[in-house]
Structures are given as C-alpha cells and as structure tokens.
Write a protein that binds this ligand. Structure first.
Ligand code: MN
Length: 286
C-alpha cells in the first residue's frame, strides 16, 4: 500500500495517478497528551490504519496526483539515522574531489559508523529545499529510506527485516565543508522525504532497487541498492547496537556516486522503482 500525507494534513491512498482521501482512517489513532510519545503514532498503528484505509477506500474521494502538496509521509520520527559513504563509487569520488572531502579524511562506513540528522530538517517534497550558505557547494544525495516498524535494541542481521515497516525515498541534502556531517546535513529542509511511503510487503527486494536522480532533466545519479556496502539488515544491526530504534525512526541508507551541486531555481527529481517519482524545487533561504 502506498500511503501519503498531502495538502492540509490529509491522509491518502495512492493508486495509479490518483490519491484517495482516506483521512478518516487517522481517527483510529489514540489521542496523545503531554509528554508526547517517542515514536511515530501513525507507523505504530500502521496495520490498523491500513485495514481502515481498505474499508474506506471504495467510497473515498479520488484526486489527481498532479497539483497536490506532498508532505513528509512520517510526520514525527524520533530520529533520523543516516549512512555515510555507503556505495563504493561514492567513497571513491569523495576521496578524489577536494570539494567533497574538504581535507576531512573520508573513512569507510565500517569504521566511521552512522550519523544523525536533526528531525527539524525534515520536509516533504512540496516544501522544497532552501539553500543555506550559497557561497558553499550544496549537493543532492538520493537515498532509499527505511521506515522502522517494531523498535528494538541489538537487533541481529537475521531478524532485521522484521523491523522494517515501509520504504520511501529521500534526499540527504548536504552543505560541503569542514564541519561534522550532522551539522552540515541538518540545515532546515535538508532531509526531504516522500512522496509517500510504501509498505514493506510491496517491496520484496529492497536490496535490488533501481533508482536515479535528475536535476533540471539532466541525469546525475543512477544506481541500484544491490551496491550498498552495508545492506539494510547490516545497517539496522549496526544502528541498534548503539541505540534503541523506535517505531517511525528513519534510516537514510546512503547515496551512490554522482553527487553534485544544486542552485536556487533548480528542480530535483528522484525516481525509485517500486516507490515512485519525487519532485523537489530548490530555492535560496534568504
Ligand atoms: Mn547521504
């Protein structure tokens, strides 16, 4: 099932070139009060929401995909985990280009591990990316994103896929420079997510997914997730050996070669087979 959040916090079922408004399915979510839960309530009740969507869909209003405002499909992730240099050819280009590495030593993911992006950097595709530090190189990074279902600590590789609720696509936008990744990749709007989530049952082979990224129609990145250095089970095992993964946490799995600069006025489009296409406009934050 492809589930979107769109327009004025509507919930949608995406089918072909239409989205059905199934916002009433959210009524089954428990009311929450302060202190707020440390997980995402929609993902925590995803099975029940999906059942309610199936019940509502036959009588739901269908809208064209075109013209919708797409929000991040996970509204309240507890954390955004991200994998650096997780494709060999991107590791190679990062080591070769001073504009990427800025005299930082580019260390293999097995040694440097993972990093976190601020949840305040999360936006949906229609919000677009607002470039900060226009004097610096600001790059696109297309990435498959895993949405964690059941949480856990010290999850083994063998059990890891049971903890995946859904997939979506993402942009790990990046200001190049000498600072820590978590700072340079946590600028407001630098974690794009969408255009909708796809439940894990519809993606039987996330480890064989073709995807690409274009800027203004020009191909920049083209890869397949089979070339991940650390695959999804390994990333989940690695992350959960340091901290508890919670329901709704996002895992950006890393970007392949072809990262390059974007400028205000550019339009980024990503295409992930089995998920769909995402269009993101770039502007200046000023
Ligand atoms: Mn990245």
């Amino acid at each position: 099932m492809k589930i979107a959040r769109f327009d004025d916090n509507r919930l949608g079922l995406v089918e072909g070139d239409q989205v059905k408004d199934v916002t009433a399915a959210l009524d089954i979510l428990p009311r929450v009060g302060y202190p707020l839960p440390l997980h995402d309530p929609l993902i925590a009740h995803l099975d029940a929401v999906c059942a309610e969507i199936r019940r509502l869909a036959p009588n739901a209003q269908a809208l064209p995909l075109a013209g919708r405002t797409w929000l991040a499909p996970v509204a309240n992730p507890g954390k955004i985990v991200a994998a650096p240099v997780n494709y060999q050819k991107h590791l190679d280009e990062a080591r070769e280009q001073v504009e990427i590495h800025h005299n930082n030593q580019v260390i293999e993911i097995q040694k440097i591990g993972l990093f976190l992006k601020a949840t305040s950097s999360l936006v949906g595709p229609s919000a677009g990316v607002a470039i900060e530090h226009l004097d610096r190189r600001n790059d696109h990074e297309a990435e498959l994103v895993v949405i964690i279902g059941q949480g856990g600590r010290n999850i083994s590789r063998a059990n890891a896929m049971r903890h995946v609720a859904a997939y979506t696509s993402g942009l790990d936008m990046t200001v190049r420079g000498p600072e820590e990744r978590s700072l340079r990749k946590s600028v407001d709007s630098y974690s794009v997510l969408g255009p909708w989530l796809v439940t894990a049952d519809e993606i039987p082979h996330p480890d064989q997914m073709d995807f690409s990224l274009h800027v203004n129609g020009e191909l920049r990145q083209k890869a397949n997730t089979r070339d991940l250095i650390l695959d999804i089970p390994h990333l989940i095992e690695f992350a959960s050996s340091f901290y508890t993964l919670r329901t709704g946490d996002l895992l950006y799995t890393g970007t392949p070669e072809g990262v390059a600069q974007v400028h205000p006025g550019d339009v980024i489009t990503t295409s992930f087979v089995g998920i769909g296409d995402m269009t993101v406009a770039v502007r200046s934050s000023k």
